[in-house]
Design a binder for this molecule. Structure first.
Ligand SMILES: Nc1ncnc2c1ncn2[C@@H]1O[C@H](COP(=O)(O)OP(=O)(O)OP(=O)(O)O)[C@@H](O)[C@H]1O
Length: 256
């Protein structure tokens, strides 16, 4: 049974781009400890929803409440401090930098001290750097990335780059993790592996996961709950089976 007090509440959210209404009065809850999948036909507003919650775009109206705290006025660069991390549809990593350096960037929100303490490398700055490295090492171990640790990201297979991006998000030690089409570009075997990682992230690390995903094999394998969006709002929600069988969902996908 779902906890009565959601971790995240989205209420009457609206997002417009010029004359286009990408999100239109969206209401949804995310419960602590769940894996929630957001599905829906192209243009349904899934990525816009994710961008509004993670503050890439300013919503035109409505509320985004994380434990009752409204995120609407939180600047994008501070969202990680609220325990929120995300990955992107098109992987966003520093290609020339190594896996290790990309993961260390994920620790940015924990950077300690004023600029002069950083320059002088005071003991407390050094201590914080050690903690950062230890956290990065634990993520490398968790996601089995040690073989790639010193490789530039540009030299890695696509599927590994996706896991590195997931790792960078984990390095921020989030409470709530958003994944934007994590299976896109992966082959069926990589998608099956991804399902295990997502399950481990929820079970072993206790992180709540919200993923926007088209691949129903991944959704069925890991999602506790599915929300189908259409035209910027929630069309249907339930278990993966319930939503897949909903005639309204079938007709939204068929465009009828
Ligand atoms: N930056 C933008 N500027 C203008 N219009 C946008 C922008 N981003 C999204 N839109 C429009 O908002 C609507 C919702 O798009 P969005 O990308 O959120 O849908 P989606 O459900 O994620 O689609 P897909 O599954 O194809 O990624 C679409 O009509 C889209 O053209």
């Amino acid at each position: 049974m779902l906890a009565s007090n959601p971790l995240l509440k989205v209420r009457d959210l609206t997002l417009t781009f010029g004359g286009v209404r990408a999100i239109s009065g969206l209401n949804l809850d995310v419960h602590a400890g769940e894996v929630l999948a957001i599905i829906g036909p192209n243009g349904a507003g899934k990525t816009s929803m994710l961008n509004a919650i993670t503050r890439v775009f300013d919503a035109s109206g409505g509320q985004i409440l994380l434990k009752e705290q409204d995120l609407a006025s939180v600047p994008r660069h501070r969202i990680a401090q609220y325990g929120i991390a995300r990955t992107f549809q098109n992987i966003e990593l520093f290609d020339a930098a190594t896996v290790m350096d990309n993961l260390l960037l994920g620790r940015h929100r924990f950077r300690h001290g004023r600029w002069w303490q950083q320059v002088l490398r005071t003991p407390s700055v050094t201590r914080h750097e050690e903690v950062a490295r230890a956290q990065v090492e634990s993520v490398i171990e968790f996601l089995e990335l040690s073989a790639w640790r010193n490789s530039p990201v540009a030299s890695l297979p696509y599927g590994v780059r996706k896991i590195v991006e997931l790792g960078r998000a984990l390095c921020t030690q989030p409470e709530l993790l958003f994944l934007d089409e994590p299976a896109s570009g992966l082959n069926p075997e990589e998608t099956r592996e991804l399902a295990f990682w997502i399950d481990d992230i929820r079970t072993d690390l206790g992180i709540t996961v919200v993923m926007v995903e088209h691949d129903m094999s991944l959704v069925s394998a890991v999602a506790d709950r599915v929300i189908c969006m259409a035209q910027g709002a929630v069309l249907s929600q339930g278990t993966p089976e319930q939503v897949q069988r909903d005639p309204a969902v079938i007709s939204a996908y068929l465009g009828t």
